[in-house]
Design a protein around this ligand. Sequence first.
Ligand code: LLP
Length: 409
Amino acid sequence: MSSIKYKNNNLFVENTSVKRLALKYKSPFYLYSNDNIIRNYKSFYSNFKKVDPLICFSVKANSNVQILKILKKIGSGADVVSGGELLKTLKSGIKPNKIVFSGVGKTEEELRLAIKKNILLINVESENEAVVINKISGQIGKKTSIGIRLNPDINAPTHQKISTGKAEDKFGLSKKNLIIFCQNIKKLKNLRLEAISVHIGSQILSENPFKKTLKVLEEIILKTKINFKFVDLGGGFGIAYKKSDRKIKLKNYSNLVEKFKRKYNCKIIFEPGRAILGNAAVLVAKIQYLKKGVNKTFAILNAGMNDFMRPALYDATHNIVPLIKNNKKFNKAIEFVGPICETTCRFIKYKNYQKISQSDYVAIMDVGAYGASLSSNYNTKPLIAELLVTKNKVTVIRRKQDLHKLINY
Ligand code: LLP
């Protein structure tokens, strides 16, 4: 189910025609569905209902404060990876006791902020980081709750650039080093080791690597004999971007997590990003030019890799659909590309597409996660606007960046 769909050949987000918005607001812009965000969150939670987890939405997937406010209202916490994300999360009203902080290179300034704000957990990724947290906590005069991130050495089948749980990846501590860490931690008097965390990668469409990770966690818990108050199982749950993408089945995994929770009497945390926001937005763009190539036609959009990076960075497939469907055929293959001066500023190619014309609008699909948050000012292009639809109400949740401010910073 999605609230982004065609009605009488017109693309709608909830009760709002996208074409109507394209004519009213200057394209390109991100366009979110409030309904999809809420539905995704609730559906994720209901998969794990018996586990009653704390869901800490992974803010890196989308850090728009208005989006975070929607999630806050329905009970979400947050997983942050920088001081900036932490401040945005607090601004959204999400309480510190629902915030976890991950990342391999947290600065002293960021750690000081997190410690002062009393967040639920700082998920530590190295012994040296723990030493710094212990020092700052001592200076402030408090005990800080930490988690320790395990690198379970599990190869989750996904794009190599978004895998995080293999031994060669920079994240977390190996089993051996984590066990040593747990022995040494007692010396760091200003820390309270309360959690173990893992995150094995992103856009994972099979439940098997998650199941394997649970086994490794059991092994560690038995070896360290620590009763962790929290077990943070991370995010990584994939979504179907293409028809051939398999839908991840969480039921069986959820049963295993429930058993695990009962056996070790811990609170389970999840950090989903993509599963909550992925299909909750489209990027509306205009065909600036049609240009004949050899054996194909380029549809040059007014949105580029600076606005939406995933195809250029990960060869990701995102469908591009017309705002108005017709039954006519385009006579050549079409490649949708952007204006940025890089060969990789290309989105997708179709052999058969419907008839389109210069100045038509299209929507790049499933861009809610790692869309706006990964965008940049490359080629000195301002960040584009973000709009939110709630039924038939439209709110600008981020104005387009002012080009003059960008130039005269
Ligand atoms: N927790 C941690 C510690 C993470 O590093 C990540 C993502 C998540 C949770 C959320 O993962 P998700 O549920 O969204 O898969 N830019 C890439 C994805 C990078 C993910 C980085 N870490 C992309 O566009 O595919």
